[in-house]
Design a protein around this ligand. Structure first.
Ligand code: PHE
Length: 343
C-alpha cells in the first residue's frame, strides 16, 4: 500500500505540472481527492484491513501525500491565475501607434472658415484684435449708433428680419453693428476686426443670399488719415491676391463714414485686362470703407477732436466665392455635402 501511495504521489505531481488551464485543474482535483471516488480516497479505504501498527505509518504517509498534492494544486492554481490576469491586461491595452480606421472620416473647415482664419491671422500680425458681436442686435447698434437714424433712407438698402413683438431688435445687417460696441468697451486707441454672419431680407439668387459673412475693421488713434486706411487695405489686397495687386478707391456714400469709399482691387484672374469675372472692367469690388463719421465716434464716447479713425467692411462671402470660383452664393449655406466636401 505504501508503494501504491508513492506511485500515486509521483504520478499526480507530474500531471499537475503539465496542466494548462483552470478546467483541467478542477478535474484533476476531483479525480485525486474527490470525497466519493477520488483515487486517494479509494486507496485510504484499504486502511481498515491493516494492522494497528501499519495503520499508523501508512495513515501518516497518506496524509503527507495528500498534503503535498494539495500544496502542488494550490501552487498551480496561483500560477494559472497570474497567467490569466496578465492575459486580460494584454487584451485591454490600446495600440496608440495604430493608424485610424479608414472608415472614420475626419472633418474639415468650411470655405468661409478657411478664408476667415487666414484673414484673422493676417490682421493679428498687424496688431488688430478679433472681436465678436451678437447676430440678433438692437436697432440702436445696427442703425442709430452708426449714424442711420430711424427715418434715414439708408435703412431701405439694408432691409432685414425683425422680431415679432420686439420692433427694436433686428438680425444685424452688417458687422458695422460692432463698431460702437467696441468703442464703448475698449475706447481709443483701437484696432479691431469683426468677422461674422449678417442677414438681409433679400429675394435670393446666384448673387444674393439672406445670410452671408462680412469682415469689419476699425482703427482709431491720433492723427489717422485716409493714407493709413489705403495702406492697410492695400496690404490686405496683396496678401489675398499677390504683390502686383492694386487698390482703387472711389467715392461712395455710407452714413457712418465721411468721406466714404468703395474699394476695388485689380482682377486677379485677368490682371486688370478685363474678363467675365470682373465684368470687363479689370477691377473687382470687395470692400466699403471710409473715415469714421464724428457722430459715430461720439456714440462710442470717443472725442473726435482728439481721435480720428477709419473703418472698412469686406464682403467675406464674396472673397470666398472669388477664391474658389463659386458662381452661386446659395451653395455656401446649403449644407450640401457634395459641395462642402470639395474643400
Ligand atoms: N457696413 C457696410 C456694408 O454693409 C460696409 C462698410 C463698413 C462701409 C465700414 C464703410 C465702412 O455694406
Amino acid at each position: 500500500m505504501k508503494d501504491k501511495l508513492q506511485k500515486l504521489k509521483s504520478e499526480a505531481l507530474a500531471v499537475i505540472k503539465a496542466i494548462k488551464d483552470d478546467a483541467g485543474l478542477v478535474d484533476l482535483e476531483n479525480r485525486l481527492l474527490g470525497r466519493k471516488a477520488g483515487e486517494l480516497t479509494e486507496l485510504m479505504k484499504g486502511l481498515k484491513d491493516l494492522s494497528d501498527e501499519e495503520k499508523r505509518t501508512v495513515g501518516q504517509l497518506a496524509n503527507e501525500v495528500k498534503k503535498e498534492i494539495e500544496e502542488e494544486l494550490a501552487v498551480k492554481k496561483n500560477e494559472l491565475w497570474e497567467k490569466n490576469s496578465s492575459g486580460e491586461l494584454e487584451k485591454e491595452t490600446v495600440d496608440i501607434s495604430q493608424p485610424a480606421l479608414p472608415s472614420q472620416e475626419c472633418g474639415h473647415f468650411h470655405p468661409n472658415s478657411i478664408v476667415q482664419k487666414d484673414l484673422e491671422d493676417f490682421f493679428v500680425s498687424m496688431g488688430f484684435k478679433i472681436l465678436d458681436g451678437p447676430e440678433l442686435e438692437s436697432d440702436y447698434y445696427n442703425f442709430a449708433a452708426v449714424n442711420i437714424p430711424a427715418d434715414h433712407p439708408a435703412r431701405d438698402m439694408q432691409d432685414t428680419f425683425y422680431i415679432k413683438d420686439h420692433s427694436d431688435w433686428v438680425m444685424r445687417t452688417h458687422t458695422s453693428s460692432v463698431q460702437v460696441r467696441a468703442m464703448q468697451k475698449y475706447g481709443a486707441p483701437l484696432r479691431m476686426i469683426v468677422p461674422g454672419k449678417c442677414f438681409r431680407n433679400e429675394s435670393t439668387d446666384a448673387r444674393h443670399e439672406h445670410t452671408f459673412y462680412q469682415l469689419e475693421g476699425v482703427v482709431v488713434d491720433k492723427n489717422i488719415t485716409l493714407a493709413h486706411m489705403k495702406g492697410v487695405l492695400e496690404a490686405v489686397a496683396k496678401h489675398l491676391y499677390g504683390s502686383e495687386t492694386k487698390v482703387r478707391l472711389r467715392p461712395k456714400f455710407y452714413p457712418f463714414v465721411e468721406p466714404g469709399v468703395n474699394g476695388e482691387v485689380t482682377c486677379f484672374l485677368c490682371g486688370g485686362k478685363g474678363c467675365r469675372v470682373c465684368k470687363y472692367t479689370g477691377w473687382m469690388e470687395i470692400f466699403g470703407a471710409g473715415m469714421i463719421h464724428p457722430n459715430v465716434l461720439k456714440e462710442g464716447n470717443i472725442d473726435s477732436m482728439k481721435y480720428q479713425g477709419f473703418a472698412f467692411g469686406f464682403g467675406l462671402t464674396r472673397l470666398v466665392m472669388l477664391k474658389y470660383n463659386i458662381d452661386d452664393i446659395r451653395f455656401l449655406e446649403s449644407g450640401d455635402l457634395r459641395f462642402i466636401k470639395q474643400f
